[in-house]
Design a protein around this ligand. Structure first.
Ligand code: SF4
Ligand code: SF4
Length: 114
């Protein structure tokens, strides 16, 4: 996969990183690692689900050690992992504008399952 465009820096948005949200079945082997081979996502041990699709979609969440809570930004954005580069709230083929797509994403509501 290739890097996708995301308006993260312009919008100072870290919705995807705080917390990181991946499908419940996401394998541990795909969690990104640092130079020492240590995983950079720490499992919150919680399961959440989008309010509207909770019956079919469950997600697990992680804290990323590269996320700076004070600045609200990734500390290593240019060198972020492939999986981070491949993640975006923007679908280039969508008829909706970037603002509309971004707003829809950050306004998503979740329920806590566990
Ligand atoms: S929701 Fe969009 S702008 Fe915000 S962090 Fe994710 S990709 Fe970036
Ligand atoms: S490495 Fe950066 S972009 Fe990737 S999850 Fe962590 S804070 Fe977000």
């Amino acid at each position: 996969m290739s890097e996708k465009f995301g308006p993260c820096l312009e919008k100072k948005c870290s919705w995807c990183c705080d917390p990181v949200k991946v499908p419940k079945s996401f394998p541990d082997e795909r969690i990104p690692v640092n130079g020492e081979g240590e995983k950079i996502w720490i499992d919150r041990k919680e399961i959440i689900a989008p309010e509207e699709t909770w019956e079919v979609q469950k997600l697990k969440t992680f804290d990323c050690v590269k996320y700076n809570k004070n600045s609200g930004l990734c500390e290593d954005y240019d060198n972020r992992s492939e999986i981070c580069k491949e993640t975006s709230c923007i679908d280039e083929n969508s008829p909706k504008t970037i603002d509309e797509q971004h707003k829809e994403t950050i306004n998503s509501k979740f329920i806590k399952i566990k």
